[in-house]
Design a protein around this ligand. Structure first.
Ligand code: DNO
Ligand code: MN
Length: 390
């Protein structure tokens, strides 16, 4: 497996020199400064690649080449958006960057209610708290329909939370919920979020699926021609949120994606933390089910509470059997190697990590600390070495 590291380029306070000390040799990055929907120019891709290669790395995966909201909504004339996406793909292919991660989550990306929840010993983690989410939806956004999504106990606690909350608590909750949006562009205030949500009125699961199918129809044949591998990142959390449908959340959804285009160009980013937040998802089993189309793996773990809350645990400690999952990935890798594929090695990265030790006093992107991810990578590396030795 190829050890890799997500690096946010000019937006990251962690230098490539620091990353080199983790032992990872693959870089996962994007041109985060380019607004969604615009073409990634080939010279900008080439410059980023040179920077990565000069520091001793390979650019193994693009994460993400974002899909514009209008494509997700199927709104208006999309000719230019599809053409731009294809042009960015062609420019990446021309520079030899061949694996492209994206997601199809409406409006939000990963969603948490707390970016610095305490964990034992003084570190912090990302947490999704059902009570705070309910308070946000019902009291801050005024979405009464959300009452159906939570238990009575959670609703009572949400009311109490909101009553006791200060202005700062509410602002903190809003900014935590927005934090998963990559590339600092689309942060909403409450009014803006309401408007953005209204833009999805009438878009149910079937409509979103048909918009997704249309996107795949527009880009997968081009990816095939260019020798690219697209790999969708699952929804996080893997269920509907704020009344928005989510359609890449479990094994059946992934099956649907793969069947939409039976092509190696149409693949999966296996994110164990995202899939693992749904108690019904058996992550190693899902990985085995889609194994031959996994182009990239995100390895992290979550611990779930019965009320629907979850938080990010140490990489080997949460609800997902990480050893079993890595065994699936190694078996698939061996199968590819035996089939004579030169590109058999699967790139993976420690997805998020706890903020710990010197991470706690640095300005870092939530979930993307140096020491916490280094710890996760080291633990995963140990498992991989041990299993590969069996
Ligand atoms: C969470 C992260 C995501 C991911 C994007 C990919 O699990 O890995 O933010 O980067 O959704 O498009
Ligand atoms: Mn992930």
């Amino acid at each position: 497996m190829i050890e890799s590291w997500r690096w946010y380029g000019e937006f990251d306070s962690i230098s490539l020199g620091d990353v080199a000390q983790t032992g990872a040799r693959g870089i996962v990055t994007a041109l985060h400064g380019i607004p969604y929907g615009e073409v990634w120019p080939q010279d900008a891709i080439a410059a980023r690649k040179r920077q990565i290669v000069d520091a001793g790395f390979n650019w193994v995966v693009v994460e993400s080449l974002p899909v514009h909201e209008r494509i997700k909504k199927g709104e208006g004339d999309l000719t230019t958006f599809f053409a731009n996406y294809r042009q960015s793909m062609a420019n990446l292919a021309a520079e030899g960057v061949t694996t492209i991660c994206y997601n199809f989550m409406p409006l939000l990306d990963w969603t948490r209610t707390d970016l610095a929840a305490p964990v034992d010993g003084g570190a912090t983690c990302l947490r999704f708290d059902a009570v705070r989410m309910a308070a946000f939806e019902i009291y801050m956004l005024g979405r009464r329909a959300a009452e159906d999504d939570y238990s009575h106990a959670v609703l009572a606690k949400a009311a109490a939370w909101f009553q006791a909350a200060t202005e700062d608590d509410r602002a903190g909750l809003l900014s935590a919920i927005m934090a998963g949006l990559p590339g600092a562009f689309d942060r909403y205030d409450i009014a803006g979020l309401k408007t953005a949500l209204a833009g999805y009125d009438g878009i149910d699961r079937d409509a979103l699926r048909s918009n997704y199918k249309r996107f795949l129809d527009e880009v997968v044949p081009t990816a095939e021609d260019l020798g690219l591998r697209l790999c969708v990142h699952p929804d996080d959390p893997p269920r509907d949120i704020l009344g928005l449908p989510r359609i890449v959340s479990d094994g059946a959804d992934l099956d649907w994606v793969l069947k939409a285009h039976e092509s190696p160009a149409n693949g999966i980013t296996l994110c164990s933390g995202s899939l693992g937040a749904n108690p019904a998802n058996d992550v190693p089993a899902i990985a085995a089910q889609v194994a031959d189309r996994i182009h990239f793996a995100h390895l992290r773990n979550v611990r779930k509470d019965p009320d629907g809350s979850f938080e990010e645990s140490d990489h080997l400690e949460g609800d997902t059997d990480m050893v079993a999952l890595i065994r699936v990935l190694l078996t698939e890798q061996a199968r590819r190697r035996d089939a004579g594929r030169a590109d058999h090695a699967i790139p993976f990265r420690p997805d998020h990590g706890h903020h710990m030790l010197s991470d706690l006093t640095r300005d870092l992107i939530p979930g993307y600390p140096l020491i916490g991810r280094l710890r996760g990578l080291a633990e995963l590396r140990g498992v991989i070495k041990a299993l590969a030795h069996d």
